[in-house]
Design a protein around this ligand. Sequence first.
Ligand SMILES: [Zn+2]
Ligand SMILES: [Zn+2]
Length: 164
Amino acid sequence: MSPIRGIGGKFKPPEIEYRLEDGPLDSRCMICTSHKPNSEGYPVVVRDRKQPHMHRYLYQLMYGEIFADTDIHHLRKNRACINVEHLCAKGHGFHSQDHKSGVARLDMRGSKHPMSKLTELQARAILADTEHTHRCLANKYGVSQPAISDIKSGKNWGFLSGGK
Ligand SMILES: [Zn+2]
Ligand SMILES: [Zn+2]
């Protein structure tokens, strides 16, 4: 899926309404009540004659452009939820693999396992990114700052940088 265009200067925030729903994660689900879901159950927002999924739209507003081969995974599998804290970027291949193997279901236990949220592709991207702060990267990938530091120092995913 290509990035959503027209956010920059033309951006006008959609009027979004939602109700809160309790769950196992640190924050509550925000169930969208103002926008109709499409046939797949994802609320959509109409922009420039396109109908991007609301969660992808909000994710891009928060964290910037989503790469073409990247999926936005719902940690609680709730497609109507638009809480960006419950979203996590995964490479398309890894994403479908996670769902097939059942790994994706583990995310529903909560956010206590930050490393399990990252794919190898994302860990590589974090390692290669020398432009952004750890804080910014932590926000973008939905993990803690120490998790970013561990990748950078080679403590986690050390094999990517030749192992330590
Ligand atoms: Zn949620
Ligand atoms: Zn998913």
